[in-house]
Design a binder for this molecule. Structure first.
Ligand code: GLN
Length: 185
């Protein structure tokens, strides 16, 4: 499969390494013309405001949104989850707004908000999750599958073609979540 990895800003290299090791071809999406013939899409962590602005400035936004609306499998982590969310409770912006959840940015605090925690992930089992100035999901529509929670806050969801994670599955050597995304493709 050929996977497009948004590469305008943020932590895309680690996703690329894992997905390449799983036998897939990865294409870094840096400009509009890169968005062709992809079977899957990764929206990595980073800074959602910067990514959102670059997507507009580089005229990539509408093409990527159209692919998501068309049903391309998406793996979105951290800032990527914010880009997908229909609502951001502490920010007036929204971006693709294709995932019917309300997310809170920097929900664990901006400076000291980085930590690791093991939690159960539906269909996989205990997973060590790395959070970096992470959001969490405050509210999800009834038709959204909740895959993991920590202290009552939602940190992993699946809705149709979209997997949205508050944490960074690309850090460390656990490939099971990427495998799940590959199975979606
Ligand atoms: N705090 C970032 C944001 O609001 C997300 C952090 C991350 O992707 N690790 O966009």
């Amino acid at each position: 499969m050929r996977i497009g990895i948004l590469a305008v800003q943020g932590a895309f290299i680690e996703h690329e390494k894992i997905l390449t090791s799983l036998g897939h071809e990865c294409v870094e999406l840096r400009q509009k013309s890169d968005i062709t013939n992809i079977d899957g899409l990764v929206l990595p962590g980073g800074e959602s405001t910067v990514q959102g602005k670059l997507l507009r400035d580089l005229d990539m936004f509408d093409d990527i949104k159209a692919r998501i609306d068309d049903g391309i499998p998406v793996l979105a982590t951290c800032a990527g989850l914010i880009l997908l969310s229909e609502k951001i409770s502490n920010d007036a912006n929204t971006y693709f707004a294709t995932l019917p959840v309300t997310v809170k940015r920097n929900a664990y605090g901006r400076q000291l908000g980085s930590f690791e925690q093991v939690a159960d992930f539906a269909g996989i089992g205990p997973v060590k999750m790395t959070f970096i100035r992470a959001p969490y999901i405050e509210k999800a529509n009834d038709n959204v599958n909740i895959l993991a929670t920590i202290d009552g806050n939602i940190v992993a969801t699946k809705y149709k073609n979209q997997i949205g994670l508050a944490f960074h599955p690309e850090l460390g050597d656990d490939i099971r979540i990427h495998q799940m995304f590959c199975d979606l493709m």
